[in-house]
Design a protein around this ligand. Structure first.
Ligand SMILES: *[C@@H]1O[C@H](CO)[C@@H](O)[C@H](O)[C@H]1NC(C)=O
Ligand SMILES: *[C@@H]1O[C@H](CO)[C@@H](O)[C@H](O)[C@H]1NC(C)=O
Ligand SMILES: *[C@@H]1O[C@H](CO)[C@@H](O)[C@H](O)[C@H]1NC(C)=O
Ligand SMILES: *[C@@H]1O[C@H](CO)[C@@H](O)[C@H](O)[C@H]1NC(C)=O
Ligand SMILES: *[C@@H]1O[C@H](CO)[C@@H](O)[C@H](O)[C@H]1NC(C)=O
Ligand SMILES: *[C@@H]1O[C@H](CO)[C@@H](O)[C@H](O)[C@H]1NC(C)=O
Ligand SMILES: *[C@@H]1O[C@H](CO)[C@@H](O)[C@H](O)[C@H]1NC(C)=O
Length: 862
């Protein structure tokens, strides 16, 4: 039995490192190691006792030598108590450890060197030589979150009030805190667990739930222990290993179409708080299987979902886990009294993303699918997560495919906020990184940008075709390798006719390549020459940047789609028709004195700037008949206008003129995009030369715009999912604007909540913390604490930004328009040293003001 497994493991191992065709493992990195692990066998004896939490472990690592003359085996081990004399290396029955000097343990560096009496024989096809390293050790488990840690939680049912559990978090490189190992994320080995559970004793916490990354095989018992033996795991990296030991109880649900089961584990009296996420999870699994039109189970064996009751340090799932999904309990739990709508949004996204990762390829599959570029898998999982969130639509089912819409824009806007700085890498810079190796500061860039580009692709080739091609491709690669190259090739073949038609011979792979290989994103400058018939439309692209540097010309292949105001026979309007590259590109189109808007549905990963005349025509349409422009384009325009203003590409007057219609806007997607746009104003060293005066002016302007929707939403009794989300966003914006009625509203909701009345306080709790600089008089629970951290971070960032910008001077125009005297006084005071020019200046201001007044009046009349 054991030999068979080893044989299987080695077979996969050989295939992996020697098959040149599928050269996934980075050879240089692996070949430099002289000893490879093939299997880890762990016999764990855990003890849960108030005066000592630890486990004893007997570890057997099966290794092979990959070089001649290896006399030292080097392992990683940290914070472990090794028993002297316990370390042995067996070649068959012979121990070959060098007895006079068996090993050396550098506890600081975490290196364990084992010295051998004779060199290891190199493994080859003809000499299948295995060695067995045996080590016994004890691990004291503490509350620090290093690898394996102790969690102490409140447990009303327990006679001691507190209960304890062991949990693990081994990625990226914490396995050495759990057991001695070869800490290289590219090594994959089989793991065999046996857990010895102490029988019930008075001084021990009786703890009988033990979960590892494999299914339980059998349970036996002797005088002292219940022995739980697990089947050998598939080949996995150390970061995919996990171990959970607690007195949790469970509840399971089963998928409709397969044997996939989702099991939730929690303390007995809290199980019902996780009902929401549990039902949600199984519904997403059903949706996934329906999407794939497949009855292939996601994993062999169940998926265990484990909320770990920690206050911090577990924010999200471990990327590599597939059957042992652990997350901070506060990130999964849904208690009406505490959980906000934004937190529900976050928890559903996170779980969906993790389930999509699992569907895309995981060690628990019947035949394992591997991804050559793991960043691409991360992006695909994110895109699919938003896709399924859209289909789920807060449990309102329809048989039709829904379009990504608001979530698509959310991905795009999140990515764009990160993707403009000159130090930002291109996506393919992560080609050879494992998902766990992508630095945390780039995680969101990688996931959101890749997702946004896939959304753009979906819109070029038509949603139905895209999803069919995607599913067909993933299914065709089951048990094999998935790479960006083969994905784009498959897409080229599946969508060739439509691409030819629209992209003038460019293929999907060529176009996608241009987005994955370059950093940043372009802004297209549109110039309409209206003095000829047909009008000429000139397009030119360059890199977008908030600061003055880094604005080089770019050559992204951008498929252009557009719509026009006044032309019924606009052929190009309905599909992306041509790509533009480096040169400026001009085409004819009759606009009949109307606008043209690029980037239909806002799905293109770029921004668009128009000439002033076109912008004003757009502004006029928005004011008079905003529905002439669909919600996604309005949302995109609003976000672009903020970005272009901050980047100094359009001036404050024009920006406000376009945004002026917002007081009539009632669409939640547009307001979400306005919120993210408004927050760009606090970008450092942006080319708009922000000053305190200007900032105040923006605040005042936005307050007027947000007021009507704020009033409407705070009065409304509607508490449907989308309305709550919308309200929460609008309150956040209004409170960030320092809008007094918002502060009052939030404070009064809080008062009612304290009296036990208002159940929707959590939706505006973050804003409450933000405006009140709340100092805790009683401890916050981890769910509330999450909001507090966000609010504190916002306050810190705001103060830092505000402290750095100059006071500046008020702009001439609004002085007279707002008919207050004070700002003029301020200006004259500033210029006091030079009396004459001060007067001239004031006169000039008046002239401009009068002119502007006339001008704006005219605009309003039109
Ligand atoms: C292999 O390891 C040696 C010593 O640890 C190091 O000097 C060398 O650069 C490594 N080579 C590669 C290709 O990583
Ligand atoms: C653990 O023990 C409790 C109490 O004896 C029992 O109800 C429960 O089923 C056991 N759980 C497991 C996973 O064996
Ligand atoms: C589900 O499990 C049962 C019992 O283990 C087995 O008979 C059946 O074939 C499985 N079904 C699928 C679709 O895998
Ligand atoms: C990343 O991989 C793609 C597809 O295989 C390749 O075209 C590209 O040149 C690679 N980029 C880098 C920086 O290695
Ligand atoms: C289409 O391709 C041809 C030849 O490659 C080129 O001359 C022409 O300008 C392209 N047209 C567009 C709209 O890109
Ligand atoms: C910001 O200041 C710089 C340097 O003083 C100036 O060149 C630039 O025109 C200003 N930008 C705007 C939008 O006022
Ligand atoms: C909150 O507490 C901090 C330090 O404990 C103090 O500096 C700050 O002034 C307090 N803020 C308010 C609003 O009471």
């Amino acid at each position: 039995m054991a030999d068979e497994n080893i044989f299987r493991a080695v077979l996969i191992f050989c295939l992996f490192s020697f098959a040149r065709g599928n050269n996934i493992v980075v050879d240089e990195e692996c070949l430099n190691y002289t000893v490879y692990p093939v299997q880890y066998e762990l016999n764990i004896y855990p003890y849960m006792q108030v005066n000592g939490f630890y486990y004893d472990c007997e570890l057997i690592i099966t290794v092979i030598a990959n070089a001649p003359n290896v006399r030292v085996i080097s392992l990683d081990a940290k914070d472990l108590e090794l028993e002297s004399g316990s370390i042995r290396v067996f070649d068959g029955p012979h121990d070959i450890v060098n007895n006079p000097r068996p090993f050396e343990f550098d506890a600081i560096k975490g290196k364990l060197l084992i010295y051998l009496r004779e060199p290891l024989k190199m493994y080859s096809e003809y000499n299948k030589q295995f060695y067995f390293i045996k080590i016994s050790f004890r691990k004291y488990v503490r509350e620090e979150k290093e690898g394996i840690f102790l969690v102490k939680y409140n447990d009303e049912k327990s006679k001691n009030l507190y209960s304890y559990l062991f949990a693990t978090r081994l990625s990226p490189n914490r396995a050495k805190y759990f057991f001695p190992c070869f800490e290289n994320p590219r090594f994959e080995a089989v793991f065999k667990f046996k857990v010895y559970i102490m029988k019930q004793l008075n001084e021990l916490q009786y703890t009988n739930t033990s979960l590892v990354i494999a299914e339980q095989q059998r349970q036996t018992s002797d005088n002292h222990y219940i022995i739980i033996e697990y089947i050998p795991s598939p080949q996995v990296g150390l970061h995919q290993v996990g171990f959970h030991f607690s007195k949790f109880v469970s509840h399971r649900v089963q998928a409709k179409h397969t044997n996939d089961t989702l099991i939730i584990w929690a303390p007995a009296e809290e199980l019902h708080d996780y009902e929401f996420i549990h039902n949600y999870g199984i519904m997403i699994i059903d949706l996934l299987l329906e999407y794939a039109k497949d009855n292939r189970p996601l994993v062999q064996g169940p998926i265990n979902l484990i909320p770990v009751p920690v206050a911090s340090g577990m924010n999200g799932y471990e990327i590599g886990s597939w059957n042992l999904l652990t997350n901070g309990a506060h990130r999964i739990v849904n208690i009406d009294q505490f959980t906000s709508i934004q937190q529900i949004e976050q928890m559903t996204f996170e779980l969906t993303q993790q389930l999509c990762r699992i569907w895309l390829g995981n060690p628990g599959e019947i035949a394992r699918t591997r991804w050559k570029e793991e960043w691409f898998k991360e992006g695909m999982a994110t895109y699919l997560a938003y896709y399924f969130l859209t289909q789920y639509n807060y449990d309102i089912q329809t048989p039709l495919r829904r379009h990504l819409a608001g979530y698509g824009l959310r991905m795009k806007h999140k990515a764009m906020l990160l993707d403009w700085h000159k130090s930002t890498p291109a996506l393919d810079a992560f080609n050879s990184s494992l998902a766990i190796e992508i630095p945390p500061r780039y995680k969101e860039l990688v996931t959101m940008k890749t997702g946004a580009i896939l959304w753009m692709l979906e819109n070029w080739v038509d949603s139905e075709k895209f999803h069919q091609a995607l599913v067909r491709y993933i299914k065709s690669r089951r048990g094999k390798f998935i790479s960006l190259e083969s994905f784009t090739l498959a897409l080229d073949q599946d969508t060739i006719e439509c691409l030819h038609q629209f992209f003038n011979g460019s293929t999907a792979s060529r176009i996608l390549g241009s987005w994955f290989r370059r950093r940043g994103y372009p802004v297209i400058n549109v110039q309409v020459l209206r003095d000829r018939i047909p009008n000429a439309v000139q397009l030119k692209q360059r890199l977008f940047s908030f600061t003055r540097d880094n604005r080089v010309d770019t050559d992204f292949l951008i498929p252009i789609s557009y719509m026009v105001e006044k032309n019924k026979n606009c052929y190009n309007c309905y599909q992306p028709r041509f790509t533009i590259g480096a040169q400026s590109y001009t085409f004819g189109e009759n606009l009949n004195g109307g606008w043209i808007i690029l980037n239909r549905k806002g799905s293109g990963y770029y921004r668009v700037n128009y000439d002033a005349v076109t912008w004003r025509l757009i502004a006029k349409s928005l004011k008079e008949n905003m529905n002439a422009i669909d919600e996604l384009n309005r949302a995109q325009i609003v976000n672009d206008v903020f970005a272009l203003y901050v980047a100094g590409d359009i001036d404050v007057q024009l920006a406000m003129e376009i945004l002026d219609y917002l007081d009539k806007e009632r669409n939640h997607i547009v307001w979400e995009s306005a919120l993210s746009g408004y927050e760009m104003l606090t970008t450092y060293e942006a080319a708009c030369n922000m000053t305190k005066y200007l900032y105040k002016e923006w605040e005042d302007f936005m307050i007027k715009k947000v007021e009507p929707i704020f009033m409407q939403l705070t009065k409304s009794q509607d508490n449907k999912y989308l309305t709550r989300l919308f309200r929460s966003n609008v309150i956040q914006l209004a409170c960030e604007l320092n809008y007094r009625p918002c502060n009052r509203h939030v404070a009064s909701v809080y008062q009612e909540y304290k009296k036990g009345k208002h159940t929707y306080f959590p939706d505006c709790r973050m804003s409450y913390f933000y405006i009140s600089a709340y100092n805790s008089t009683w401890p916050l629970n981890p769910i509330e604490q999450d909001d507090k951290w966000i609010a504190d971070e916002k306050i810190r960032a705001m103060n830092k930004f505000y402290g750095k910008i100059p006071v500046g001077e008020p702009r001439p125009m609004p002085i007279v328009l707002s008919t207050t005297e004070k700002p003029i006084a301020a200006v004259t005071e500033k210029l006091h040293g030079d009396g004459a020019s001060a007067i001239e200046y004031s006169i000039m201001i008046l002239c401009i003001a009068v002119f502007m007044n006339v001008f704006t009046n005219r605009l309003i009349q039109i």
